[in-house]
Design a protein around this ligand. Structure first.
Ligand code: PMP
Length: 355
């Protein structure tokens, strides 16, 4: 293997131009060469540092995408209201973008969510409405309540992150082109897990178009999600069962954002929680990168994809957010023991579990 191949592809170039507010600060995140995993596989394993978005996650792009799309279509006007059902990063992204653009933001979420999340959304100016945590099939589910509430208002939108394809389009228009440029068009594989499917479908579609189908796009799936078995079985949907510690990912259906792109996915990997949690610690110890569990799952998947493709390939994944939002769990011995995951962490890295 040529040494040059192992060099980081990107010396990040900054323009001196100031950006216009929060929304223009979204995107243009670094693509980080993950040295240890690259050396072990003889590949370039690269992580898109989405935790560097101004709201702290990959969902800033989707939040801006759905709001901009509604503005362009005349569905929301100055002073309007943005409503979503979400307990996580999408709500945080939407709350930021709404403040920056002067919209009211209403967030419905299951009442099982942590006080930390509720407080953060309130601090960002959102009107937070915890509702009983009932299944999607129940009309009182937080998603349906968000949709129904938006209908009662004038000049309001329900952003509908799962089925509004402005979400995947945001990645098609920004994340995908950035990765293409940052790898100088040499990207053999892209892999990530899905929640709404926006990231995988938007980036995957762009890379496949640009490479004339040469870029392999694989999906990484946590326990409790049905997409791995869907791909493996050639399109059979099964019932969801089991769960995962990885928040924000895993899916029980083919969302509109995944849409027909699901047929273009080349392969699927199932990643167990033990591997994901161990990678949270490994990334911290060996790279100094502090990522959440969905990002760690993506890194495990990128490593396994690189091993399967063989030396000399470039594999890209997504570092969705930082560990800050989950640290009271991911770095707590008590929590790790309760989940049966403490022993998954290599002995030399257990020192990081300080809580
Ligand atoms: N990781 C985290 C932490 C997330 O919040 C999300 C969004 N739910 C994802 C990954 C998945 O992104 P997407 O919705 O684009 O599939």
């Amino acid at each position: 293997m040529l040494n040059a191949f192992r060099r980081p592809v990107l010396a990040r170039s900054f323009t001196s131009r100031a950006v216009n507010g929060f929304t223009e600060a979204i995107g243009n995140t670094p693509l980080i060469y993950l040295k240890g995993l690259s050396e072990r596989t003889g590949c370039r394993v690269l992580g898109k540092a989405e935790f560097q978005n101004p709201g702290g996650s990959v969902k800033d792009r989707a939040a801006l995408g759905v709001i901009t799309d509604a503005e362009e279509k005349g569905r929301i006007k100055p002073g309007g209201t943005v409503v979503e059902g979400t307990a996580g990063n999408t709500g945080i992204g939407l709350a930021h973008v709404c403040r920056a653009k002067g919209y009211r933001c209403v967030i419905y979420m299951p009442d099982t969510q942590s006080q930390e999340k509720i407080d953060l959304l309130k601090m960002l100016g959102a009107d937070v409405r915890p509702v009983p945590a009932v299944a999607y099939e129940n009309p009182k589910n937080y998603n349906h309540q968000a949709r129904d509430f938006a209908k009662t208002l004038d000049n309001a939108i329900w952003t509908d992150q799962f089925d509004n394809t402005a979400n995947a389009n945001a990645h098609y228009k920004s994340t995908g082109p950035e990765i293409w440029e940052q790898t100088e068009g040499k990207v053999d594989g892209f892999i990530c897990a899905t929640g709404t499917g926006g990231t995988l479908a938007g980036v995957g579609k762009f890379l496949k178009e640009k490479s004339h189908g040469k870029t392999q796009v694989w999906i990484a799936d946590p326990p409790g999600s049905v997409l791995y078995s869907y791909i493996q079985s050639g399109g059979k949907l099964t019932e969801r069962s089991g769960g995962s510690i990885t928040e924000g990912i895993g899916q029980g259906r083919i969302t509109n954002n995944l849409g027909t792109f699901v047929n273009d996915i080349d392969a699927a990997l199932h990643i167990a929680d033990a591997k994901s949690i161990s990678m949270v610690y490994e990334m911290l110890d060996s790279e100094g990168i502090y990522i959440g569990a969905s990002s760690a799952l993506n890194v495990v998947a990128a490593f396994e994809m690189a091993q399967k493709l063989g030396p000399g390939h470039t594999v890209v994944t997504v570092l969705c957010d930082g560990a800050y939002r989950y640290q009271s769990r991911l770095f707590s011995k008590k929590w790790l023991h309760a989940k049966g995951l403490y022993d998954a962490i290599p002995d030399g890295l257990k020192k990081y579990a300080v809580l």
